[in-house]
Ligand binder design. Structure first.
Ligand code: ADP
Ligand code: ADP
Length: 226
């Protein structure tokens, strides 16, 4: 689904290149649930952002569904590929001034999904996530776990093939974190959605079937589990 070939990423500071990623070659296959682990500052978020085309590598090639899109223009990249990727963030990134319903609807308006289709997709998600009663509330009226459910519902509304999640339970209590991980597992197993998450938690990583460990910008280990 996503293939990275010899990816490098550095930030230049006064002519000095500070490497964040070096010689990263890996691929994410359809149906996998992958966890990226490693110490703080190892380059986990940068790797996830490159997988999601939110950041460009300074060297190397990026393939999406076998197609080399490394040098495709930003607009085409978004139009053709990034629309197939759902993003979930540690701090949820919901829009405070919008209700739960409107937050989930936002990406569908952006993509010109018809009004009937929007209604039906959102109703399904609200129902499935047990948040029908919350639909007219604003994010600050919800618990953290509920806000993350809305964040995931918003990502799913656009029917992505893959979800990229950066520390999705980093701000949550353990009970809520488990709920979110159970949901990811279900989305992966029952709906066939490919998932890549960054996590510090061994326990969270245990919900998936592969762990990529990075240290100092280099892949140290790539393990199939479960
Ligand atoms: P992790 O997610 O593993 O904690 P990150 O990918 O966030 O690591 O960051 C890896 C390294 O890249 C860190 O040393 C960080 O300071 C550096 N870095 C990230 N973004 C930038 C940036 N925009 N400019 C300069 N350095 C950056
Ligand atoms: P949790 O124990 O899961 O963290 P909270 O104690 O934050 O949950 O919230 C419990 C319930 O109260 C939730 O269903 C949430 O939607 C509701 N709630 C929390 N804060 C508000 C608020 N300011 N206005 C309306 N409902 C709220």
């Amino acid at each position: 689904m996503i293939k990275l070939e010899n990816i490098e990423k550095y930030y230049a500071n006064k002519g000095v290149k500070n490497y964040v990623l070096r010689h990263v070659t890996t691929q994410i296959n359809k149906g996998e649930f992958v966890s990226i682990m490693g110490p703080s500052g190892a380059g986990k978020s940068t790797l996830l952002n490159i997988m999601g085309m939110l950041e460009e590598p300074t060297y190397g090639s990026y393939f999406f569904n076998e197609e080399d899109v490394t040098h495709l223009g930003e607009r085409k990249k978004i139009e053709l590929y990034r629309n197939h990727i759902g993003f979930v963030f540690q701090a949820y990134h919901l829009i405070d001034e919008m209700t739960v319903y409107e937050n989930i609807e936002a990406p569908l308006l952006y993509k010109n999904v018809s009004s009937g289709e929007r209604k039906s997709r959102i109703a399904d998600l609200l129902d499935r996530f047990n948040i029908v009663a919350k639909k007219d509330l604003f994010p600050n009226q919800l618990s953290g776990g509920q806000q993350q459910l809305v964040g995931i519902a918003r990502a799913l509304a656009a029917q992505p093939a893959i979800i990229l999640a950066d520390e999705p339970t980093g701000n949550l209590q353990s009970v809520q974190a488990e709920e979110i991980m159970e949901l990811f597992k279900k989305l992966n197993r029952e709906d066939g959605i490919t998932i890549v998450q960054v996590t510090h938690s061994e326990k969270n990583a245990g919900y998936g079937n592969r762990i990529i460990t990075i240290e100092d910008g280099v892949i140290k280990e790539d393990l199939k589990i479960g």
